[in-house]
Design a protein around this ligand. Structure first.
Ligand SMILES: [Zn+2]
Length: 249
């Protein structure tokens, strides 16, 4: 019976039968994994608070051959994120981060970069003041860490620099091509989104600094809404392509 011992963050928890729970984790060494917590719904069982959503824990799992569901043997709290769960706004924002991560990551593929991004994201939600900004920054870095960093400097069609093509209102983002596209290169299939100079400048800045440093900026609400819409449209396109690939394989 192989044993998996890793640190992990609890993403979600579902009831399973009368006594058990099905827990989804994002682990440091195995990425997204699912395990059964036997007896976790019983009062005063050994798992205690260690399987609450967002909890950072040290996890031990037993895996049986030919059984996709591993059994959780032990879960010890490393950090509970208890304060994050004390009010609705951080819970909602944390749930949004988890939902985005779940949508874009495949099962059982280790990705330490994403693991630390989630851990840092939850820390900002617990201690930070602008949680809306944290979720949008998380989305931008989640996309980049997953291998879909958009090109913000040159047109993805003709490779001309933004300064040559940026006369308003001719800045567009192509979800299909993952970057800026100039009016000359746009096609009806490119799913182009108009982008303001402010949003473009901010996104260019993000691509050159890390998630933590990005929190020093405070863009306007209008700018954040524009960036949120663009990133969500892009993520929807990426995830749609994943599904198509999976369906055809
Ligand atoms: Zn072009």
């Amino acid at each position: 019976m192989p044993l998996l011992s890793t640190e992990a963050i609890v993403l979600s928890s579902l009831r399973l039968g009368e006594e058990d729970k099905l827990i989804t984790f994002f682990s440091l060494t195995r990425g997204k994994i699912v395990g059964v917590a036997k007896g976790a719904r019983r009062f005063k069982n050994r798992f205690g608070a260690s399987l609450e959503p967002f909890t950072h824990c040290h996890l031990v799992l037993f895996e049986k051959p030919n059984n996709k569901l591993a059994r959780i043997s032990q879960a010890d709290i490393l950090y509970s994120f208890r304060k994050l769960r004390e009010s609705w706004e951080p819970i909602e924002r944390g749930t949004e981060m988890v939902r985005l991560l779940l949508r874009i990551t495949p099962e059982e593929q280790p990705h330490p970069g994403l693991y630390y991004l989630l851990k840092e994201g939850l820390t900002f939600l617990e201690t930070g003041v602008n949680r809306y900004l944290s979720v949008i920054l998380f989305t931008a870095y989640l996309i980049a860490e997953s291998g879909y960093q958009p090109r913000w400097d040159h047109c993805v069609g003709c490779n001309r620099s933004v300064t040559e093509t940026a006369a308003a209102p001719s800045r567009f983002f192509s979800c299909k091509d993952g970057g800026l596209i100039c009016p000359r290169c746009t096609t009806s299939e490119a799913q182009c989104i108009s982008i303001s100079l402010g949003a473009l400048t901010f996104l260019q800045t993000l691509s050159k600094i890390d998630f933590r440093s990005a929190h020093q900026y405070s863009p306007s609400l209008l700018l954040l809404r524009e960036i949120e819409t663009l990133l969500k449209d892009y993520m929807a396109y990426i995830i749609g392509c994943h599904h198509l690939l999976n369906a055809s394989s």
